[in-house]
Design a protein around this ligand. Structure first.
Ligand SMILES: [Zn+2]
Length: 353
């Protein structure tokens, strides 16, 4: 639970004395903090820009009749997607290891595997607890002796949930584990950039293949609030950790195609820019000025929630406008979620940083 920024009565009292009468009389605070209607909050649907051509050009075509597309992306490694979610599997001389079972298409994964190998499925790896990525695992239920590998935190959560759609892990670990299967080495390492129970970085060295679900969507900005991260501090740092690996193919779990090193580098640059912009704008925005000006408009300082909301909104509006201006030509979907990214970074900047 984050500390709630309830403005102490004394601060508001001081504010009244400090900026009350003179600011109100002169009305100078209005222009100083720029209380204007937001250009980004509540934008009409028709005003969002189309997806960038550069992102559309990379998209894998998914046959609507099939519902999924499976492609070999490296030696023995295949990515499966329905055009929104992504999972993967690696074929070894000692069976097939599957990474995630998205609820939208997991029922089709076994047929996709059977189309490229006669090796049996031996192992299912869960990257994290989220239903959209593993909520189709019941489709693997009847595989005899299936090993399901996950972090201890993931297994504990699933045991508590007892969700029939998410099979329970059979093998757990806390930090890292190496699966050596038929000459293929698969490294699984715990990370904490996204969900509370833990995330996985999956690496297959011989295939130069790296997977870290819900980090980034190649060609696009992240999904809402840096991919709904519950730990922005770790999220900011995950890209450095990813770039330490030697890889060519990167799977982030979304959206229309896998990525590469350059995509991870751009995601790092974008994340840092949002963080640094929010930090600077937050530092430059005068809290007491916004309070005083808002109080003028609403007739006093009683509604402390509203005073504070106005301050957070002013910072958000200013930072979002900057981010949109710098990034809308580089990544798709920036105008859709820039405000959410800024709000996530703002919680971090104001309360954790
Ligand atoms: Zn997730």
């Amino acid at each position: 639970m984050k500390k709630f920024p309830l403005v102490p009565a004394i601060v508001v009292t001081v504010a009244l004395f400090a900026i009350g009468a003179s600011s109100f009389a002169q009305g100078s605070a209005d222009t100083a903090v720029g209380v204007v209607q937001s250009p980004v909050i509540g934008r009409a649907l028709k005003d969002y820009v189309p997806v960038l051509r550069s992102a559309l050009d990379r998209a894998w075509a998914v046959d609507p009749k099939e519902g999924v597309e499976t492609r070999k992306v490296a030696d023995g490694v295949f990515v499966v997607t329905d055009g929104v979610w992504q999972s993967a599997f690696v074929v070894t001389d000692a069976g097939v290891i599957v990474f995630d079972a998205p609820e939208t298409y997991a029922a089709k994964i076994r047929a996709e595997i059977a189309a490229v190998t006669r090796q049996p499925i031996t192992t299912l790896v869960y990257t994290h607890i989220h239903k959209d990525h593993i909520g189709g695992s019941a489709a693997f239920k009847d595989i005899k002796g299936l090993e399901i590998v996950a972090l201890t935190g993931v297994a504990e959560f699933l045991a508590e949930k007892n969700d029939p759609a998410r099979l329970k892990p059979t093998r757990t670990f806390d930090d890292q584990v190496v699966l050596a299967r038929g000459g293929t080495r698969i490294e699984l390492r715990a990370a904490h950039y996204h969900s509370d129970e833990g995330d996985l970085i999956v690496y297959i060295p011989r295939a130069r293949f790296l997977m870290a679900i819900d980090t980034l969507a190649p060609g696009y900005g992240p999904f809402q609030g840096f991919d709904i991260t519950s730990n922005f501090h770790e999220y900011v740092h995950v890209f450095d950790a990813l770039l330490e690996y030697d890889f060519d193919v990167f799977v982030g779990g979304h959206l229309t195609h896998p990525g590469n090193r350059a995509d991870v580098e751009v995601a790092r640059e974008f994340t840092r820019d949002v963080y640094e912009t929010v930090k600077r704008v937050h530092g430059q925005t005068d809290l007491m000025g916004v309070f005083g000006e808002t109080a003028t408009q609403i007739g006093g300082f009683d509604n402390k929630y509203l005073l504070f909301k106005r301050f957070l909104d002013v910072v958000t509006e200013r930072a979002t406008a900057e981010i949109e201006q710098r990034w809308m030509g580089r990544l798709a979907g920036i105008d859709v979620f820039a405000e959410d990214h800024v709000r996530t970074a703002l919680l971090y900047v104001r309360w954790d940083d």
